[in-house]
Design a protein around this ligand. Sequence first.
Ligand code: GLC
Length: 582
Amino acid sequence: FWPLYKNPYLPTQLRVHDLMNRMTLDDKIGQMVQAERQAATPQQAADLRLGSILSGGGSVPTPNTPAAWADMYDSYQKAALATPLGIPTLYGVDAVHGHNNVHGATIFPHNVGLGAAHDPKLVEKIGKVTASEVRATGPTWNFAPCLCVSRDDRWGRAYESFGETPKDAIDNATVVNGLQGRSLKSKGSVLATAKHYVGDGGTTAGDDQGNAEISEAELRKIHLPPFKEAIQRGAGSVMISFSSWNGQKAHGHKYLITDVLKKELRFSGLVVSDWNGVHQLNGNNDDLTADEVRESVNAGIDLFMEPYDAPKFISLLRTEVDEGRVAGSRIDDANRRILTKKFESGLFEKPFADRSLQKDFGGAEHRAVAREAVKKSQVLLKNEGALPIKKGSKVFVAGKNADDIGNQSGGWTITWQGSSGPITTGTTILQGIQQVGGANTKVTYDREGDGADKSYDVAVAVVGETPYAEGVGDRPDGLKLDAEDLATIAKLKATGVPVVVVTVSGRPLDITSELPGWNALLAAWLPGTEGAGVADVLFGEHKPSGKLTFSWAQDFSQLPINVGDGKKALFPYGYGLTYKKK
Ligand code: GLC
């Protein structure tokens, strides 16, 4: 006969109740643990009764194609379904600006640019497109959006933030609805994750995984409101931050997780740890101890991202439960939350990848959405007659970021850290200039600027940062342009023609001393694969409409600098120029 929990017509809570009544303690403990795909084959995951699998940044099948992803994903589901209770697995990925792990996916601007676009409806659509491309490959859980409020540009994750005020994250929390759709069961929907709870963007000196030394009033005013918004929008999961609040790690913070998130904010979804976040509780990042397991479970975390230590976590937690240091009711709360999301996602009815979505993967329609976001995210910061470029002009293009899809996409692209070079398909900014300029516009390119002379009408230098992610991107020592960029710009300036500088970066850079020599400055942020959107603005196809959501410091020594703090920025929060009527 058909067990109640398998009946899709019954209320979710009844299905959860019936299933939990059939689960052993080992079944329940396994549901609370997530392993990295490289550390657990489908059969090992099933044997451990794991509740979840993840692909970390860059953890991809070979070949890195939607079809191979779907085969990989389905193999985990098949093994899970073959266990006695047949509980499907929840597979999570970081699709933080499109399904960025997968070659050929549509890669959107990172949040720093989306914030500047001030278009929450577009951001919702980006969520929808991203979810569709994720589901096309199988996974039903996205570790996004980051709703961090980045308060210090030295932070390596500044570009994952929509802006320096809570309003920027709140306005763009529409992405949650784009990702999750009207129901988690709807075609092309994924479970969203509001991250990283809480105060990841408020650490001292922007130290990634550092210490937010702020009052509770400031935590509640600046960093908590985006999570309140995401919860009201139905976000189904929350990821805990590596960072600490006044010296206490968020991963062990019962007040923040249980009292504030689950009780005060009434969050009923699942709470997931960050990558080995539990291992940091006793100060030493590597080992996993019983104390850390007990502290993080009792703090209220439900699902544990234990890439390579799932078996150890399971055995430590089993002992804590057997010896009464973790209550059965805590285990049940975690399982109820996890299983509820699995039922709501329709996983029991449709456990396998929806390959019908693959036809749109990385297609023209999705890329058009990305190009619109690129256009709207561009912020014009200076323009003394150099822009817009007239079609039919002679244009010289230079700079390390002009013809490099990897650099213009930034971190979290194909690999965790991202990388320079032709790492995926798309349009570089140079290619965009050639396309949008059209046949009558003569475009010459040289990365170093060699060959530029006064015969050109305008010279464009595309400069800035190369890809990084998380702490690797922390810049405690400065945010100036590198020597290559400065040399390139100098060559262009020597020609005497107007120089347009385009910065490709995850944050405002320290350019005050150089700015007087530039005729124009356009902040392109990290546009992703659709570089033509930058050219749309350079040629005036789209009049620049972006406005800064990060104060642009006059001097690095001002950091942190945020709207309302009384410091005088080079370009203040909300600043952005446009073109006069043509
Ligand atoms: C990383 C990040 C987190 C990500 C997780 C899984 O360390 O902190 O944002 O979702 O691990 O890749």
